[in-house]
Design a protein around this ligand. Structure first.
Ligand code: PEP
Ligand code: MG
Length: 897
């Protein structure tokens, strides 16, 4: 097996095998950009390592050959005592996991090659500093030694010498520090720091493989839905040094602004620095404009490389580079992560620049990003107390209690509080707290700092580099001017402007929602000269418009009221896919249902039904009026009866108390009677009990009443000159016999109403497919049902045997932890199981009734991944809540291109 690829052998399409970093380093090498030579060990080697817990034997041989080649090309030997070759060992998975895995720099340094490095660099101090960094990184990541021990030793050395900055430590001090570090290694790991360069290399490679499975890496993958099976590649790269002096440095840049998408140079540069210094946010960085002043020629080379890369990848690129004594080296590039707004703007800009097509633009944005743009924003007209302004790193409007540690963030969030994590800078161990927080605020670091990159990836509001804040995490407070904010105080941060406010700030709707509801012209007219927002709204319009042209799936709404129907229609809904009629019986009308359930004789029952009829008719007329010309799928009443009745325990207590106090009278009598009824209707598993079509069959008159109301509303709309398209939908059927019973009655009622009203009524009757038996007998169900709508909530519940009301909070956390699934099957369709039932039912239903209309109205109808699946199995539409409609439109378009 070929486990090792020289950079000249790979390319950007080999990300599965070489990881993102390796594939892109190869691509840059092939483009002739200045990449230090090196090689990539494949993800396949990592997967083998994970199953066998040992490096594959061929790997060692192939690494030997690759190192030889590197040595030959550069004319230096790894760890040589004279002019040594040093390498970095970097992780690089298929999907970028910023800061989650390990990197070891300066591999090859030992007690003798440190002198060779000093001679090459003509700089003793630099050589000893590099050596102590190696021992520190190696100790922490390879030998698992607590990193604090090294930083404490570093601090001790500084205070011993009365200096504050790392750079003030002399060569002699650093040499002593190396001895201290070696002692720490010996004490903590029970072995000496390995002097042999090849041993260092092999151990570092193994450590990178192992870092794939650290807790934080697993947590990140769960969050980002990245599979645990992929493994990471390892890149071994000849070292170049950004810390040789002020003519050297290291930086990160973007070809466009990843926060806004606006064109221009965006980046951070640090003089005389190495590796993680920039992203760790340890020192505040310089802009690229400053970099140009410091080193115009290296800057010009960087500009040329940026142009080249953006043209080549046809997208925003993010780049890591190092300048070694005035020479530019490219250390990494990738198509950069970006905010939701930037994604839309950049995609549209690239279309306008004729760099990509509209189809490609559609692939560059996601429904999840669109949903972020629909979030509310701070109301700028409200009175606000501005504390400071930092850098806008990840947009959104977050309000929450300030907390100063990752653990507090997690604790408070678990109690249901909104928290904002405030740190000087974040590090990868803060990931848990960042996930738990509604916002992240740091006082140090730039737009490429760990906090910024991670928050952007998660879509969490983030402001970084707010230097005015003096953050004291130990005292759990920050000070800005004369204001002291202590843990628990409410603050608000604006990830679009970088502003930080004291206290609550009210929020207003987003311009994208205004556009979706009111249209382009009206929205732009209201935006004045806010060019950036206008550009955003135009980008959404162009791309969403293209999605509408491209998509095959219809997008319907799950709504029960005319007001929601109106909203759904304005957001692009093309019909109602699910009206849950039980919602019409809550509130004041609950007593009518109660009366129906309690009715002892036919007459009382008739009376109760008669009272409901006009109310239902008006409900349906309202919906049919709002949705004139579009389908309105009305589901007959579905939930278990107890949902309409008082709580058994509460009522028992009330009756018992009344008896004890000797109270009497009609009210007490009624409660006693009611209690008996509630008791009669109690079920151990109500979701599997008397509900759905079973109610329709067991309680005579209930479905009939609803069907009559639908027919009358339909007729009324026709007479009023409207264009109604009502449809009757039967819930929770498992057998075609159930459908027969209801449909026969429907046919009778429709004929009656048609005769009474003197209009033709074409109202299709269809079935929800929510039970495995219904899916597996779809061919027979389709004999009766004129359409199917997949109720994937119940279908998931009954296929997995998971109580949908209980399991998610109870143990899904453990289930995702153990990898049973990476995301709840109630959130994203379980393709293998529930999805298979959908596929079977779609195929077999259509086989028996070729014009059978197929839709889905479970929560999955608004979930991006599920929408792609429904498109693939050939459904006609998805139905979701009104606010998910634009997302579903976009994803349905993406699924089709
Ligand atoms: C379903 O089960 O997927 C569905 C849409 O019905 P409900 O959520 O009302 O049970
Ligand atoms: Mg259901």
């Amino acid at each position: 097996v070929k486990y090792v690829f020289d950079f000249s052998e790979g390319n950007k399409d080999l990300k599965d095998l070489l990881g993102g970093k390796g594939a892109n380093l190869a691509e840059m090498t092939n483009l002739g950009l200045p990449v230090p030579p090196g090689f990539t060990i494949t993800t396949e080697a990592c997967r083998t390592y994970m199953t066998t817990s040992a490096l594959p034997p061929e790997l060692r041989v192939q690494v030997t050959l690759a190192v030889r080649k590197l040595e030959d090309d550069l004319g230096r030997l790894l760890g040589d005592a004279h002019d040594p070759l040093l390498v970095s060992v970097r992780s690089g998975a298929k999907f970028s996991m910023p800061g989650m895995m390990e990197t070891v720099l300066n591999v090859g340094l030992n007690d003798s090659s440190v002198h060779g490095l000093a001679a090459f660099a003509n700089n003793e101090r630099f050589a000893w500093d590099s050596y102590r960094r190696l021992i520190q990184m190696f100790g922490k990541t390879v030998l698992d030694i607590d990193g604090e021990l090294f930083s404490d030793a570093l601090d001790a050395k500084k205070s011993q010498l009365g200096v504050t900055g790392d750079t003030e430590l002399t060569a002699d001090a650093l040499r002593e520090l190396v001895d201290d570090y070696k002692e720490i290694v010996r004490r903590e790991s029970g072995r000496d720091f390995p002097q042999h360069p090849r041993e260092q290399l092999d151990m570092a490679i193994e450590a990178v493989f192992n870092s794939w499975n650290t807790d934080r890496a697993r947590l990140y993958r769960r969050r980002e839905r990245i599979s645990d099976d992929l493994g990471t590649a390892v890149n071994v790269v000849a070292m170049v040094f950004g810390n040789l002096g002020d003519d050297s440095g290291t930086g990160v840049c973007f070809t466009r602004d990843p926060a806004t998408g606006m064109t221009g140079d965006y980046g951070d540069y640090l003089q005389n620095a190495q590796g993680e210094d920039v992203v760790a946010g340890i020192r505040n960085t310089l802009s690229l404009a400053d970099f140009e002043k410091i080193d115009p020629s290296a800057y010009a080379d960087l500009r040329a490389a940026m142009r080249r890369l953006e043209g080549h990848y046809r997208d925003l690129c993010d780049i890591e580079f190092t300048v070694e004594r005035g020479k530019l080296w490219m250390l990494q590039t990738r198509v950069g992560k970006r905010t939701a707004a930037a994604a839309f703007r950049i995609a549209k800009q690239l279309v306008d620049e004729h760099i990509i097509t509209l189809d490609e633009a559609l692939e560059r944005v996601t429904g999840e990003q669109l949903s972020k743009l629909m979030f509310p924003q701070f109301d700028s007209s409200a009175a606000r107390v501005l504390l400071a302004t930092g850098m806008a790193a990840s947009p959104g409007a977050a309000v929450g209690a300030a907390v100063f540690s990752s653990s507090t963030a997690q604790e408070w969030a678990a109690q249901g509080k909104d928290v904002i994590l405030v740190r000087r800078e974040t590090n990868p161990d803060d990931l848990g707290g960042m996930i738990a927080s509604v916002g992240v605020l740091t006082s140090r670091g730039g737009k490429t700092s760990h906090a910024a990159v991670v928050a952007r990836g998660m879509g969490t509001t983030c402001v970084v580099g707010a230097e005015a804040l003096q953050v004291d995490v130990n005292a759990r407070r920050f000070v800005v001017g004369d204001t002291v904010v202590v843990e628990g105080d409410v603050i608000a941060i604006d990830g679009t402007s970088g502003e930080i406010f004291l206290g609550e700030v009210p929020v207003v709707s987003s311009p994208v929602v205004r556009y979706l509801e009111d249209g382009l012209d009206a929205t732009i007219a209201g935006l004045g000269d806010d060019e950036a927002t206008i550009e955003l709204v135009e980008a959404v319009d162009a791309i969403l418009g293209h999605a509408d042209t491209a998509r095959r799936l219809g997008v319907y709404a799950n709504v029960d009221t005319p007001a929601d129907a109106h909203r759904a229609r304005s957001l692009g809904g093309e019909g109602i896919g699910l009206c849950r009629t039980e919602h019409m019986f809550l509130g004041d009308r609950r007593v009518l249902i109660e009366r129906l359930i309690l009715a002892k004789d036919d007459a009382t029952q008739e009376e109760a039904l008669a009272a409901l009829l006009p109310l239902q008719r008006e409900d349906f007329i309202g919906l049919l009026t709002e949705m004139d010309g579009l389908p309105v799928t009305i589901r007959l009443i579905d939930p278990p009866l107890h949902e309409f009745l008082p709580d058994f325990t509460e009522l028992s207590v009330k009756v018992a108390l009344a008896k004890e106090r000797g109270e009497t009278g009609p009210e007490v009598d009624r409660d006693v009677e009611l209690l008996a009824a509630v008791d009669r209707h109690r079920e151990a598993n109500p979701m599997l009990g008397l509900r759905g079509v079973r109610l329709g069959i067991v309680i005579p008159g209930l479905f009939a009443l609803q069907m009559r109301a639908i027919a009358q509303a339909h007729a009324a709309r026709i007479k009023a000159g409207g264009d109604p398209h009502a449809e009757i939908m039967i819930p929770l059927a498992a057998s075609v016999m159930e459908l027969h019973l209801v449909k026969d009655e429907a046919t009778r009622i429709l004929a009656d109403v048609s005769a009474e009203e003197g209009v033709d009524l074409e109202i299709p009757v269809g079935a929800m497919i929510e039970l495995p038996r219904a899916a597996l007998t779809a061919d027979r169900m389709a004999d009766v049902a004129e359409f199917f709508s997949f109720g994937t909530n119940d279908l998931t519940q009954t296929t997995w045997g998971f109580s949908r009301d209980d399991v998610e909070g109870a143990f899904f956390h453990e289930y995702t932890e153990h990898g049973v699934f990476s995301v709840s099957p109630f959130e994203s369709i379980d393709v293998q199981g529930v999805g298979r039932l959908v596929r079977i039912a779609a195929q077999e239903g259509r086989a028996s009734r070729p014009d059978l209309r197929l839709g889905v109205c479970g929560e999955h109808g608004g979930d991006p991944q599920s929408i792609h699946f429904f498109n693939e199995v050939g459904l006609d539409y998805v139905s979701c809540s009104p606010f998910r409609i634009p997302i579903a439109r976009l994803e349905a378009g993406r699924a089709a291109v």
